[in-house]
Design a protein around this ligand. Structure first.
Ligand SMILES: *Cc1c(COP(=O)(O)O)cnc(C)c1O
Length: 406
Protein backbone atom coordinates (compact mmCIF):
# COMPACT_ATOMS: atom_id res chain seq x y z
CA UNK A 1 0.00 0.00 0.00
CA UNK A 2 1.40 3.39 -0.84
CA UNK A 3 -1.17 5.11 1.42
CA UNK A 4 -0.73 4.54 5.16
CA UNK A 5 -1.69 6.30 8.34
CA UNK A 6 1.02 7.27 10.76
CA UNK A 7 -0.94 8.08 13.85
CA UNK A 8 -3.88 10.04 12.52
CA UNK A 9 -2.11 11.44 9.47
CA UNK A 10 -2.24 10.04 5.96
CA UNK A 11 1.07 9.44 4.23
CA UNK A 12 1.97 8.45 0.70
CA UNK A 13 5.06 6.30 1.12
CA UNK A 14 7.02 8.36 3.66
CA UNK A 15 5.62 11.77 2.83
CA UNK A 16 2.67 13.29 4.62
CA UNK A 17 -0.18 14.42 2.42
CA UNK A 18 -0.63 17.46 4.62
CA UNK A 19 2.90 18.62 3.84
CA UNK A 20 2.26 18.30 0.08
CA UNK A 21 -1.03 20.17 0.41
CA UNK A 22 0.77 23.07 2.09
CA UNK A 23 2.42 24.03 -1.17
CA UNK A 24 -0.17 22.91 -3.70
CA UNK A 25 -3.67 24.06 -4.53
CA UNK A 26 -6.29 21.33 -4.24
CA UNK A 27 -7.46 19.27 -5.95
CA UNK A 28 -4.25 17.58 -7.06
CA UNK A 29 -3.19 14.11 -8.14
CA UNK A 30 -0.32 12.53 -6.26
CA UNK A 31 1.42 9.36 -7.43
CA UNK A 32 3.78 6.98 -5.69
CA UNK A 33 6.72 6.26 -7.96
CA UNK A 34 7.60 3.26 -5.80
CA UNK A 35 4.17 1.75 -6.37
CA UNK A 36 4.36 2.23 -10.13
CA UNK A 37 7.78 0.62 -10.25
CA UNK A 38 6.62 -2.28 -8.08
CA UNK A 39 3.54 -2.82 -10.24
CA UNK A 40 5.63 -2.83 -13.41
CA UNK A 41 8.08 -5.29 -11.89
CA UNK A 42 5.30 -7.51 -10.55
CA UNK A 43 3.78 -7.62 -14.01
CA UNK A 44 7.15 -8.42 -15.65
CA UNK A 45 7.87 -11.13 -13.13
CA UNK A 46 4.58 -12.88 -13.80
CA UNK A 47 5.55 -13.19 -17.46
CA UNK A 48 9.28 -13.76 -17.02
CA UNK A 49 9.30 -16.95 -19.09
CA UNK A 50 7.35 -15.30 -21.90
CA UNK A 51 9.80 -12.39 -22.21
CA UNK A 52 7.15 -10.04 -23.54
CA UNK A 53 7.47 -6.48 -24.69
CA UNK A 54 5.36 -4.49 -22.24
CA UNK A 55 3.87 -1.44 -23.90
CA UNK A 56 2.35 0.77 -21.22
CA UNK A 57 -1.07 2.02 -22.28
CA UNK A 58 -0.55 5.77 -22.41
CA UNK A 59 -4.26 6.57 -22.34
CA UNK A 60 -4.48 5.27 -18.78
CA UNK A 61 -2.02 7.92 -17.62
CA UNK A 62 -0.26 10.15 -20.09
CA UNK A 63 1.98 12.11 -17.75
CA UNK A 64 5.30 12.41 -19.59
CA UNK A 65 7.38 12.04 -16.41
CA UNK A 66 5.64 8.81 -15.52
CA UNK A 67 5.96 7.43 -19.06
CA UNK A 68 9.63 8.31 -18.96
CA UNK A 69 10.12 6.53 -15.61
CA UNK A 70 8.39 3.46 -17.05
CA UNK A 71 10.60 3.71 -20.12
CA UNK A 72 13.66 3.52 -17.89
CA UNK A 73 12.26 0.30 -16.42
CA UNK A 74 12.08 -1.17 -19.92
CA UNK A 75 8.55 -0.31 -20.93
CA UNK A 76 7.41 0.55 -24.41
CA UNK A 77 4.18 2.41 -25.13
CA UNK A 78 0.76 1.72 -26.56
CA UNK A 79 -0.67 4.94 -27.99
CA UNK A 80 -4.02 5.78 -29.53
CA UNK A 81 -3.52 9.28 -30.96
CA UNK A 82 -0.96 11.67 -32.39
CA UNK A 83 -0.80 13.47 -29.02
CA UNK A 84 -0.06 10.28 -27.14
CA UNK A 85 2.53 9.27 -29.71
CA UNK A 86 4.29 12.62 -29.36
CA UNK A 87 4.19 12.32 -25.56
CA UNK A 88 5.70 8.81 -25.69
CA UNK A 89 8.46 10.03 -27.99
CA UNK A 90 9.10 13.02 -25.74
CA UNK A 91 9.39 10.59 -22.82
CA UNK A 92 12.18 8.96 -24.87
CA UNK A 93 10.37 5.74 -25.64
CA UNK A 94 12.02 4.30 -28.76
CA UNK A 95 9.74 4.07 -31.83
CA UNK A 96 10.55 0.36 -32.11
CA UNK A 97 8.84 -0.10 -28.74
CA UNK A 98 5.67 1.78 -29.66
CA UNK A 99 2.45 0.28 -30.97
CA UNK A 100 -0.31 2.47 -32.32
CA UNK A 101 -3.87 1.30 -31.66
CA UNK A 102 -7.23 2.89 -32.31
CA UNK A 103 -10.27 2.47 -34.49
CA UNK A 104 -10.17 5.89 -36.13
CA UNK A 105 -6.64 7.04 -36.78
CA UNK A 106 -6.65 10.02 -39.13
CA UNK A 107 -4.49 10.37 -42.24
CA UNK A 108 -2.25 12.86 -40.45
CA UNK A 109 -1.84 10.54 -37.49
CA UNK A 110 -0.97 7.65 -39.78
CA UNK A 111 1.52 9.78 -41.73
CA UNK A 112 3.34 10.57 -38.49
CA UNK A 113 3.25 6.92 -37.39
CA UNK A 114 4.65 5.73 -40.74
CA UNK A 115 7.34 8.40 -40.73
CA UNK A 116 8.46 7.51 -37.19
CA UNK A 117 8.78 3.78 -38.05
CA UNK A 118 6.81 2.43 -35.11
CA UNK A 119 7.02 -1.21 -34.12
CA UNK A 120 3.44 -1.83 -35.24
CA UNK A 121 0.43 0.10 -36.37
CA UNK A 122 -2.46 -2.07 -35.29
CA UNK A 123 -5.09 -1.63 -37.97
CA UNK A 124 -8.76 -1.98 -37.15
CA UNK A 125 -10.27 -1.95 -40.63
CA UNK A 126 -9.39 -2.85 -44.20
CA UNK A 127 -9.68 0.81 -45.18
CA UNK A 128 -7.01 1.70 -42.66
CA UNK A 129 -4.63 -0.87 -44.15
CA UNK A 130 -5.26 0.61 -47.58
CA UNK A 131 -4.51 4.12 -46.35
CA UNK A 132 -1.27 3.05 -44.64
CA UNK A 133 -0.23 1.32 -47.84
CA UNK A 134 -0.89 4.51 -49.82
CA UNK A 135 1.00 6.73 -47.36
CA UNK A 136 3.94 4.30 -47.23
CA UNK A 137 4.10 4.00 -50.99
CA UNK A 138 4.49 7.77 -51.35
CA UNK A 139 7.65 7.73 -49.26
CA UNK A 140 8.81 4.42 -50.63
CA UNK A 141 8.58 2.42 -47.48
CA UNK A 142 7.13 -0.86 -46.21
CA UNK A 143 5.30 -0.33 -42.94
CA UNK A 144 4.88 -3.13 -40.40
CA UNK A 145 1.29 -3.54 -39.28
CA UNK A 146 -0.65 -5.65 -36.84
CA UNK A 147 -4.25 -6.66 -37.37
CA UNK A 148 -6.55 -6.15 -34.44
CA UNK A 149 -9.20 -8.79 -34.39
CA UNK A 150 -12.49 -8.84 -32.60
CA UNK A 151 -12.57 -12.31 -31.05
CA UNK A 152 -16.24 -12.11 -30.07
CA UNK A 153 -15.41 -12.70 -26.42
CA UNK A 154 -17.31 -11.06 -23.59
CA UNK A 155 -14.84 -9.84 -21.00
CA UNK A 156 -17.56 -9.89 -18.30
CA UNK A 157 -16.64 -6.40 -17.23
CA UNK A 158 -18.56 -3.12 -17.19
CA UNK A 159 -20.36 -2.82 -20.56
CA UNK A 160 -18.82 0.60 -21.15
CA UNK A 161 -15.30 -0.84 -21.01
CA UNK A 162 -15.95 -4.07 -22.89
CA UNK A 163 -14.39 -4.08 -26.36
CA UNK A 164 -14.21 -7.68 -27.58
CA UNK A 165 -17.85 -8.51 -28.17
CA UNK A 166 -19.12 -9.21 -31.68
CA UNK A 167 -21.22 -6.04 -31.62
CA UNK A 168 -18.39 -3.70 -30.62
CA UNK A 169 -16.71 -1.25 -33.00
CA UNK A 170 -13.19 -2.54 -32.34
CA UNK A 171 -11.07 -4.73 -34.56
CA UNK A 172 -11.85 -6.97 -37.52
CA UNK A 173 -14.40 -9.73 -37.07
CA UNK A 174 -12.80 -13.13 -37.63
CA UNK A 175 -14.31 -13.68 -41.09
CA UNK A 176 -13.07 -10.27 -42.29
CA UNK A 177 -9.67 -11.01 -40.79
CA UNK A 178 -9.33 -14.22 -42.79
CA UNK A 179 -10.52 -12.49 -45.95
CA UNK A 180 -8.06 -9.66 -45.39
CA UNK A 181 -5.15 -12.07 -44.86
CA UNK A 182 -5.87 -13.59 -48.28
CA UNK A 183 -6.19 -10.30 -50.08
CA UNK A 184 -3.40 -8.39 -48.33
CA UNK A 185 -0.72 -9.46 -50.82
CA UNK A 186 -1.96 -6.74 -53.15
CA UNK A 187 -0.70 -4.13 -50.69
CA UNK A 188 3.00 -3.93 -51.45
CA UNK A 189 3.85 -1.25 -48.91
CA UNK A 190 2.60 -2.85 -45.74
CA UNK A 191 3.87 -5.98 -44.08
CA UNK A 192 1.65 -7.97 -41.74
CA UNK A 193 3.80 -8.67 -38.73
CA UNK A 194 1.34 -8.86 -35.89
CA UNK A 195 -2.07 -9.85 -34.73
CA UNK A 196 -3.60 -8.05 -31.77
CA UNK A 197 -6.55 -8.24 -29.40
CA UNK A 198 -7.81 -6.13 -26.54
CA UNK A 199 -11.07 -7.38 -25.13
CA UNK A 200 -11.78 -4.77 -22.49
CA UNK A 201 -10.65 -3.28 -19.23
CA UNK A 202 -10.90 -4.06 -15.51
CA UNK A 203 -11.04 -7.80 -16.28
CA UNK A 204 -10.90 -9.86 -13.09
CA UNK A 205 -11.05 -13.41 -14.41
CA UNK A 206 -8.67 -15.43 -16.60
CA UNK A 207 -11.56 -17.07 -18.44
CA UNK A 208 -12.11 -14.46 -21.18
CA UNK A 209 -8.36 -14.34 -21.78
CA UNK A 210 -8.25 -18.14 -22.06
CA UNK A 211 -11.06 -18.10 -24.61
CA UNK A 212 -9.26 -15.39 -26.57
CA UNK A 213 -6.02 -17.39 -26.70
CA UNK A 214 -7.92 -20.39 -28.06
CA UNK A 215 -9.55 -18.31 -30.77
CA UNK A 216 -6.24 -16.67 -31.65
CA UNK A 217 -4.57 -20.05 -32.00
CA UNK A 218 -7.26 -21.30 -34.37
CA UNK A 219 -7.37 -18.27 -36.61
CA UNK A 220 -3.61 -17.89 -36.77
CA UNK A 221 -3.48 -21.47 -38.02
CA UNK A 222 -6.18 -20.89 -40.62
CA UNK A 223 -4.60 -17.63 -41.80
CA UNK A 224 -1.36 -19.49 -42.66
CA UNK A 225 0.60 -16.35 -41.79
CA UNK A 226 3.65 -16.46 -39.54
CA UNK A 227 2.98 -13.62 -37.16
CA UNK A 228 6.16 -12.34 -35.59
CA UNK A 229 4.15 -10.57 -32.87
CA UNK A 230 1.03 -11.51 -30.99
CA UNK A 231 -0.20 -8.48 -29.08
CA UNK A 232 -2.50 -9.61 -26.29
CA UNK A 233 -3.56 -6.11 -25.22
CA UNK A 234 -4.24 -5.00 -21.66
CA UNK A 235 -7.29 -5.10 -19.45
CA UNK A 236 -5.87 -6.56 -16.23
CA UNK A 237 -8.20 -5.55 -13.41
CA UNK A 238 -7.28 -4.29 -9.98
CA UNK A 239 -9.33 -4.48 -6.76
CA UNK A 240 -11.01 -1.17 -6.02
CA UNK A 241 -12.89 -2.41 -2.96
CA UNK A 242 -11.52 -4.67 -0.24
CA UNK A 243 -13.61 -7.70 -1.12
CA UNK A 244 -13.03 -7.54 -4.87
CA UNK A 245 -11.26 -10.46 -6.41
CA UNK A 246 -7.84 -10.24 -7.97
CA UNK A 247 -7.11 -11.61 -11.41
CA UNK A 248 -4.85 -14.68 -11.31
CA UNK A 249 -2.14 -13.43 -13.64
CA UNK A 250 0.16 -16.30 -12.67
CA UNK A 251 -2.35 -18.72 -14.11
CA UNK A 252 -2.78 -16.62 -17.26
CA UNK A 253 0.97 -16.46 -17.77
CA UNK A 254 1.09 -20.26 -17.93
CA UNK A 255 -1.54 -20.25 -20.66
CA UNK A 256 0.38 -17.59 -22.58
CA UNK A 257 3.60 -19.59 -22.30
CA UNK A 258 1.83 -22.68 -23.70
CA UNK A 259 0.40 -20.61 -26.52
CA UNK A 260 3.81 -19.14 -27.31
CA UNK A 261 5.35 -22.61 -27.54
CA UNK A 262 2.78 -23.59 -30.16
CA UNK A 263 2.91 -20.38 -32.19
CA UNK A 264 6.55 -19.29 -31.74
CA UNK A 265 6.09 -15.54 -31.61
CA UNK A 266 7.01 -12.51 -29.57
CA UNK A 267 4.31 -11.49 -27.10
CA UNK A 268 3.28 -7.89 -26.50
CA UNK A 269 1.14 -6.70 -23.59
CA UNK A 270 -0.48 -3.30 -23.22
CA UNK A 271 -1.32 -2.93 -19.52
CA UNK A 272 -2.48 0.44 -18.25
CA UNK A 273 -4.62 0.23 -15.13
CA UNK A 274 -2.55 -2.58 -13.60
CA UNK A 275 0.59 -0.43 -13.69
CA UNK A 276 -0.72 2.91 -12.45
CA UNK A 277 -4.25 2.40 -11.07
CA UNK A 278 -3.44 1.94 -7.40
CA UNK A 279 -0.48 4.33 -7.47
CA UNK A 280 -2.51 7.52 -7.70
CA UNK A 281 -4.59 9.48 -5.19
CA UNK A 282 -6.68 12.59 -5.70
CA UNK A 283 -6.45 15.03 -2.80
CA UNK A 284 -9.35 17.37 -2.38
CA UNK A 285 -10.53 19.92 0.15
CA UNK A 286 -13.96 20.09 1.74
CA UNK A 287 -15.56 23.35 0.65
CA UNK A 288 -18.85 23.15 2.51
CA UNK A 289 -20.80 20.63 4.52
CA UNK A 290 -24.56 20.92 4.50
CA UNK A 291 -27.31 18.79 5.89
CA UNK A 292 -30.20 18.19 3.50
CA UNK A 293 -32.83 16.18 5.28
CA UNK A 294 -31.04 13.40 7.10
CA UNK A 295 -27.99 13.35 4.89
CA UNK A 296 -24.76 15.28 5.14
CA UNK A 297 -23.52 16.47 1.77
CA UNK A 298 -19.78 16.94 1.86
CA UNK A 299 -19.03 19.24 -1.05
CA UNK A 300 -15.42 18.89 -2.12
CA UNK A 301 -13.36 20.94 -4.56
CA UNK A 302 -12.70 17.96 -6.88
CA UNK A 303 -15.46 17.33 -9.38
CA UNK A 304 -16.28 15.10 -12.31
CA UNK A 305 -14.11 17.43 -14.39
CA UNK A 306 -11.11 16.28 -12.33
CA UNK A 307 -12.14 12.67 -11.97
CA UNK A 308 -14.84 11.31 -14.23
CA UNK A 309 -14.87 7.56 -13.58
CA UNK A 310 -17.72 7.65 -11.05
CA UNK A 311 -19.91 9.73 -13.39
CA UNK A 312 -18.92 7.79 -16.51
CA UNK A 313 -18.80 4.20 -15.29
CA UNK A 314 -20.47 4.30 -11.86
CA UNK A 315 -17.02 3.46 -10.56
CA UNK A 316 -16.65 3.31 -6.80
CA UNK A 317 -13.48 4.80 -5.38
CA UNK A 318 -13.03 4.80 -1.64
CA UNK A 319 -12.59 8.13 0.09
CA UNK A 320 -10.49 8.42 3.23
CA UNK A 321 -9.70 11.38 5.48
CA UNK A 322 -6.23 12.94 5.40
CA UNK A 323 -6.54 13.49 9.14
CA UNK A 324 -8.37 10.62 10.83
CA UNK A 325 -10.62 11.59 13.69
CA UNK A 326 -11.85 9.44 16.58
CA UNK A 327 -15.21 11.16 16.25
CA UNK A 328 -17.74 10.35 13.53
CA UNK A 329 -19.86 12.70 11.45
CA UNK A 330 -22.86 10.91 12.93
CA UNK A 331 -25.12 10.28 9.96
CA UNK A 332 -25.26 9.37 6.28
CA UNK A 333 -22.67 11.11 4.17
CA UNK A 334 -22.47 11.74 0.43
CA UNK A 335 -19.34 13.19 -1.12
CA UNK A 336 -20.17 15.42 -4.07
CA UNK A 337 -18.27 17.75 -6.38
CA UNK A 338 -18.98 21.38 -7.26
CA UNK A 339 -20.05 20.75 -10.86
CA UNK A 340 -23.60 21.52 -11.94
CA UNK A 341 -24.57 17.94 -12.78
CA UNK A 342 -26.34 15.34 -10.67
CA UNK A 343 -23.77 12.73 -11.75
CA UNK A 344 -21.06 14.82 -10.08
CA UNK A 345 -21.11 12.63 -7.01
CA UNK A 346 -18.49 10.29 -5.64
CA UNK A 347 -19.46 7.93 -2.89
CA UNK A 348 -21.96 7.52 -0.07
CA UNK A 349 -21.11 6.27 3.38
CA UNK A 350 -23.31 5.23 6.28
CA UNK A 351 -21.01 7.23 8.49
CA UNK A 352 -17.57 8.77 8.16
CA UNK A 353 -14.70 10.06 10.23
CA UNK A 354 -15.54 13.56 11.47
CA UNK A 355 -14.82 16.24 8.90
CA UNK A 356 -14.93 20.00 8.98
CA UNK A 357 -14.97 22.54 6.19
CA UNK A 358 -11.42 23.02 4.79
CA UNK A 359 -10.35 19.52 5.82
CA UNK A 360 -8.64 17.31 3.24
CA UNK A 361 -9.85 13.99 1.90
CA UNK A 362 -8.23 11.46 -0.44
CA UNK A 363 -9.97 9.65 -3.30
CA UNK A 364 -8.07 6.40 -3.75
CA UNK A 365 -6.87 4.27 -6.69
CA UNK A 366 -7.24 7.03 -9.27
CA UNK A 367 -3.90 6.58 -11.06
CA UNK A 368 -5.49 5.12 -14.20
CA UNK A 369 -8.14 6.96 -16.22
CA UNK A 370 -8.07 9.74 -13.65
CA UNK A 371 -6.14 12.75 -14.87
CA UNK A 372 -6.35 11.55 -18.50
CA UNK A 373 -10.14 11.73 -18.44
CA UNK A 374 -10.25 15.14 -16.81
CA UNK A 375 -11.66 18.13 -18.64
CA UNK A 376 -12.26 21.84 -18.47
CA UNK A 377 -15.99 21.37 -17.92
CA UNK A 378 -17.48 24.36 -16.08
CA UNK A 379 -14.29 26.16 -17.20
CA UNK A 380 -12.32 24.63 -14.37
CA UNK A 381 -8.55 24.35 -14.75
CA UNK A 382 -6.86 20.93 -14.92
CA UNK A 383 -5.44 19.86 -11.57
CA UNK A 384 -1.73 19.53 -10.96
CA UNK A 385 0.00 16.16 -10.87
CA UNK A 386 2.66 15.37 -8.30
CA UNK A 387 5.01 12.42 -7.91
CA UNK A 388 6.59 11.27 -4.70
CA UNK A 389 9.88 9.57 -5.50
CA UNK A 390 12.51 8.56 -2.93
CA UNK A 391 11.03 10.97 -0.40
CA UNK A 392 11.10 13.89 -2.85
CA UNK A 393 7.98 15.69 -3.99
CA UNK A 394 8.02 16.73 -7.62
CA UNK A 395 5.34 18.55 -9.59
CA UNK A 396 5.11 16.70 -12.90
CA UNK A 397 2.28 18.74 -14.33
CA UNK A 398 1.53 22.22 -13.15
CA UNK A 399 -2.01 23.18 -12.34
CA UNK A 400 -3.50 24.86 -15.39
CA UNK A 401 -3.95 28.60 -15.06
CA UNK A 402 -7.46 29.85 -15.56
CA UNK A 403 -6.04 32.44 -17.96
CA UNK A 404 -4.94 29.57 -20.24
CA UNK A 405 -8.53 28.55 -20.77
CA UNK A 406 -10.14 31.93 -21.09
C1 LIG B 1 -7.22 1.05 -23.14
C2 LIG B 1 -6.39 0.07 -23.87
C3 LIG B 1 -5.42 -0.69 -23.17
C4 LIG B 1 -5.20 -0.61 -21.69
O1 LIG B 1 -6.23 -1.17 -20.94
P1 LIG B 1 -6.08 -1.40 -19.37
O2 LIG B 1 -7.39 -1.95 -18.96
O3 LIG B 1 -5.81 -0.08 -18.74
O4 LIG B 1 -4.97 -2.35 -19.15
C5 LIG B 1 -4.62 -1.54 -23.91
N1 LIG B 1 -4.78 -1.67 -25.26
C6 LIG B 1 -5.70 -0.97 -25.95
C7 LIG B 1 -5.81 -1.15 -27.41
C8 LIG B 1 -6.53 -0.08 -25.27
O5 LIG B 1 -7.47 0.59 -25.96
Amino acid sequence: MSLIYKGQNLFIDNTSIKSIAKNNITPFYVYSYKKIRNNFQTFSNFFKRVEPLICFSVKSNSNISLISELGKLGSGADVVSEGELLKALKAKIKPNKIVFSGVGKTENELKLAVKKRLLLINIESESEAKLIDKISKKINRVTPIGIRINPGVDANTHSKISTGRVDSKFGLPISNFLRFCKSAKKFKNIKIKGISVHIGSQITSVEPYRKTLNILYKIIKSSKINFEYVDLGGGFGIPYQNKEKKIDIGNYSKLVKKFQKKIDCKIIFEPGRFIVGNAGTLISKVIFIKKNGKKYFVIIDAGMNDFMRPALYNARHNIIPVLKSKKKIGGKVEFVGPICESTDTFLKYGNFSFLDENDLIAITNVGAYGSTLSSNYNTKPLASEIVVKNGKVKIVRKRQKISEII
